[in-house]
Structure formats: C-alpha cells, structure tokens
Ligand binder design. Structure first.
Ligand code: GLY
Length: 567
C-alpha cells in the first residue's frame, strides 16, 4: 500500500514537474509584442504619454518629443530641458537615417584651462558642480527641430502632457525617492534646488507622495506659447543669465541666442550583413561601436559562445584598442579633424586586433593606431517605432544624475554639468575615468565629446533594431553587446537586454563585469591576465527589435521604472 502511494505521488509529482518544465521552456526573458508601434522608455509615465500619441495617429517623432518632455518632468535626474543629446531617425520608406545633434556647447567665455587651479590640477568641484560646469543647453532647440522637420504635431501638443505632469504632479516612485535621498548633499547646496526636490521640513518625497513642479510647469507653458525661441531669447533665457551672473557662470544672453542644433550624417558601418547606424561626432559612440564590431567580425563569436571566456577576451581586447583611439582622435568635428573613415575601416580594425594573443594586452603597452586620414553617466535613452516605418533612437542627458545639481531659480529645471566631458587637462581622467587629448580640449562654442550612442540597425533596408543606453563611458560597450547578443548569439531582444554585461575602456586597465558571470569564466579570464572587477549594473538599454512586421520591446530591468508598451 505504502509503495503504491509513493508510486502515485511520484507520478503526480513528475506530471506537475513535467508541466512546469514545459511552461518554463522557451525564452528566459520575453519581450513585449505589438503590431502597430512600440515605446520603450525609462519611465512608465513617459511611455504612456508617448503611446497615446501613437494611438492618436502621431508618428514616432511626435511620440519621441512628447516622451522627452515628459521625462524632463518625471525623471529629473536625467530627463531634461537643461541638457542636450542626440536623436537618430530612420524612415524606412525614404531609406534615410538622419541624426540630430543637440549636444550642449561651451559658452563663448570658456577657455582651455578654465578648470585648472593655481597648482596645475583639475578643480573637479568647479568642472562638475559649479555654474561654470554647465554648457549651453540644446534639448529644447533639438526637440523642436525634430518635430518641425520630421513630426506631424505642434510643439505645444507635444508639451501638453509634460505641463500637466509638472503642474498637477505625479506619484513618486521608490527610484525617484532613493535618487533624491542619495544626492541630498549635492541638491541642497543651492536654495533653488533644495526648494524643488525636498519638502519644507527638508526631507525627500516618499514613494506614493505627489511631486509638483510649478516653476517648471510655467517654463514649459512659456515654451508652449512662444516656441523654442522662448528658452533661448525669452524670459527663460533671462532667468538662466540671471542665475549665471549671480554665481559666476559663463553662459550669456548671446550664447543662448546663438545656440543651434545640427542635422548630421550618422556613422554607418556593417556587421555580418547588418547595417549599423549610430551617432557621429561630437559623439564618439558611433565610430567606436563600428570599430569594435569591425574587430569582433574577425572571429566566429557565435561559435565561441555567449559570454564565454574566449568571447569576452576578444571583446575586451577590441574595446581597449578602440578606447585608446577615442582618447587620441575624438572631438567636435566643427573644431578638429577626426579621421572617421580611417577609424571605421575594416582593414584598420583587422590590423589593430590581429594577431590576437591568448593573453590580455597590458593597457600601458597600447598606443593609438594610425587610421588613414589622420592629420595631426546619468543619461537616459528611449526607443520608439511607429506603423509608418519610422523609428527614433534618442539619448539625452545632463551628464551626472541631476547634472550640476543646480536648478535655475524661478525656472524649475536642472542645469547640466557637461563641461566635465571635455578634457580639462590632457591625460587626466574625467568622471567616467575617460582620458582625453588635445582634440577634446575646452574651446569657446565647442561641443564636448560624448559617448552617447543612439543606434539603429537595419537589415536589407528594413529597420531591425532600435537601441541605446545611458552609462557614460559604458554606453558604447553596452550598446554593442546588445547588437552582438542579437546578431551573434541569436538572443531575443529581451534576453539580449537582460544578459550580464562587461566593459573595458583601456584605462583603467580593468575588466568590469556585472553580476551573473560564472566563477569558472572569471577564472579563465584571470588566467589570460585580465584584472576582473565586479561592478554595479551597467547602462539601461531601452530597445526595440522589428521582425516580420512585429515590434518587440524590451525595457531594461536595471531600471525599476523602465517600461515597454506597444499597440
Ligand atoms: N555625459 C555623458 C556623455 O555624453 O557621454
């Protein structure tokens, strides 16, 4: 009897287990699926507003601009009108991919040694947390340009949800609350910032409480009424200049009036038959994503296996070589000649990476290569696709979380601290440990070098991947790993986004890994001579894959507020 009961229980158990196994089979992470469009941003409220635009017949550009303004309200640590960014737009019908550069510019009073103290050292307080750390903001002009040239709705329509969210308030998430608690010291230094981000008793807003931004609502309303020019020549410009004059900042009335976004040709490369479009200078992103992929193409990465020690070794060595070149050659092409064609040349990549030693190359022994033509992280990304064949890949930033920490008095928005992305002193690393050279020295009206890499991958002329990430120097490596995860390892977009990531940027000579790599793999890499350092999560890559007319959205789980929604 006893053995019969055991036998019956075993059958029941195995049955349940077999069923569980069959449920668990298939992808480990499942993307959101839709047939009429997809929005993936780092904040649900922004995703919702952009989705409504698509539902009402608007295109991806309308939705993108709406999302960007909504993020400026709901995620002030990176969403912004006081910073700048890059937007890539691909229209499948025309076959064109355009890039809008709305990166901040150095004020006209800026000069090479503006952050060097009397002892010849970089004054990081000045380059990161002072009014002098702010570049002339580009977001409002860039977003307005996107709408004017590629959109179908008015600027006021795109601003309406943001105005409502600022004026009526929104419910604070744990991430929002934790962010303001962790940056309390920085955000309390200036009365204008403290007043916005903390309650009268000085405490941070708690999850579930309402966060209202009346000054920001008024600023957005003025822009809605008078157009983008209001920010650059109207009352908002006056408030910015007043703020600068009171605290020794450099941005003048003329700097604001003269700010213009540019439409640029994106960087174009290929990877195993796919076309890669990504941001051109003043971002280093596009050039180095293509350069690293070009090096990786010399190996059968798919066969070597996803995140295997051999694959990671090849990626690490490719990354190191690209980041040495970044430090040497990259800067604003309006000021310096960047040997773009040479850097993204496949033959050059081959020369850099082959023959590849089985051991790690010491970063100290790596020097910039000689590409032909050479003559001399808090950010946020979103991806949107519509049913008309448009996709938008947008990354914008105020540099650090909460930028300089300085809110423009009376205008309710944070100023960027993007001047720290210049090379304040050749050879001295910036906040991301990135070394820069002469090409990225501070010059009046110049754009500081960026790593932001909004990227679109096409296959046979069709939009295939829309991707990009925050993360400072890790943006480039995060983005290219998702591309490789999809193309080399056949992962669905959700698994590709979720997979553990690694990063190497030449200096410091360390291979950063997220949690999730097997100790065996780490041991094998250490044996090859790599110095492994366990890191916090890298990036937040909000991505879309489009295949056979279906949109697959993947929000990065590394951000608790990320969301992908389709229609
Ligand atoms: N501020 C970070 C970047 O633009 O790369």
């Amino acid at each position: 009897m006893k053995s019969l009961i055991i036998a019956i229980l075993s059958v029941v158990y195995l049955g349940v287990n077999a069923q569980a196994v069959s449920i668990l089979e298939g992808p480990r992470a499942v993307p959101v699926e839709a047939t009429n469009g997809m929005v993936v941003t780092s904040h649900t409220l922004a995703t919702n507003e952009a989705l409504k635009v698509l539902e009402n017949g608007g295109n991806a550009i309308d939705a993108a601009v709406t999302a960007a303004f909504a993020l400026a309200v709901t995620q002030p640590r990176s969403g912004n009108i006081g910073g700048g960014g890059f937007m890539l737009i691909s229209n499948e019908k025309s076959g064109k991919v355009d890039a809008i550069d709305y990166r901040e510019k150095a004020p006209s009073k800026a000069y090479k040694d503006m952050f060097i103290d009397k002892d010849g050292n970089v004054n990081q307080e000045l380059s990161r947390f002072s009014h002098k750390s702010a570049g002339v903001p580009g977001s409002v002009a860039g977003l307005a340009l996107a709408l004017e040239k590629y959109g179908t709705i008015s600027l006021s329509k795109a601003l309406a949800p943001a105005i409502k969210l600022a004026n009526d308030g929104f419910i604070v998430t744990p991430r929002f609350s934790q962010g303001t608690i962790s940056r309390k010291e920085r955000l309390s230094k200036f009365e204008s910032s403290k007043k916005i981000f903390y309650k009268k008793d000085g405490t941070a807003y708690k999850p579930g409480e309402k966060f209202v931004q009346k000054d920001l609502a008024k600023t957005l309303k003025r822009i809605s009424k008078h157009g983008a020019k209001e920010f650059y020549t109207g009352k908002t410009a006056e408030l910015i200049v007043e703020e600068m004059e009171k605290h020794g900042g450099y941005i003048t009335k003329e700097d604001l009036a003269n700010y213009k976004p540019s439409i640029r040709k994106p960087i174009k490369g290929t990877y195993r038959g796919y076309d890669i479009f990504s941001m051109s200078p003043p971002s280093s992103g596009g050039i180095h994503i293509v350069q690293i992929l070009n090096m990786m193409e010399n190996f059968d990465i798919g066969k070597l296996g996803h995140n295997s020690a051999d694959t990671i070794h090849i990626m690490t060595e490719s990354m190191k070589r690209a980041y040495v070149d970044r430090a040497t050659y990259l800067g604003d092409t309006d000021f310096v000649k960047v040997p773009t064609e040479g850097l993204i040349d496949k033959k050059y990549a081959k020369k850099l990476i082959l023959p590849l030693s089985a051991s790690s190359t010491n970063s100290k022994d790596l020097k910039a290569g000689s590409p032909a033509g050479y003559e001399s992280s808090e950010t946020t990304h979103f991806s949107i696709a519509d049913k008309y064949g448009n996709v938008v890949s947008n990354t914008y930033t105020i540099n650090f979380s909460y930028g300089s920490g300085i809110v423009v008095s009376g205008a309710g928005f944070l100023l960027n601290n993007e001047m720290d992305d210049f090379s304040a002193k050749p050879g001295v690393p910036n906040a991301y440990g990135l070394i820069g050279g002469e090409a990225n020295k501070i010059e009046a009206n110049k754009r500081m070098l960026s790593s932001m890499s909004p990227t679109i991958v096409k296959k046979d002329g069709k939009n295939f991947l829309v991707t990009g990430s925050p993360g400072g120097s890790r943006i480039i490596t995060t983005t290219l790993q998702v591309i490789s995860n999809v193309i080399d390892h056949n992962l669905n977009i959700s698994s590709a986004v979720n997979a553990p990531r690694m990063h190497h940027q030449w200096l410091p000579d360390e291979l950063g890994v997220e949690e999730g790599f097997s100790p065996d793999t780490i041991k094998l890499l250490e044996k090859k001579g790599h110095k492994i350092v366990q890191k916090n999560a890298m990036g937040a890559i909000q991505s879309i894959m489009i295949k056979d007319g279906i949109f697959y959205g993947a929000a990065d789980p590394r951000r608790s507020t990320s969301s992908a929604k389709g229609l």
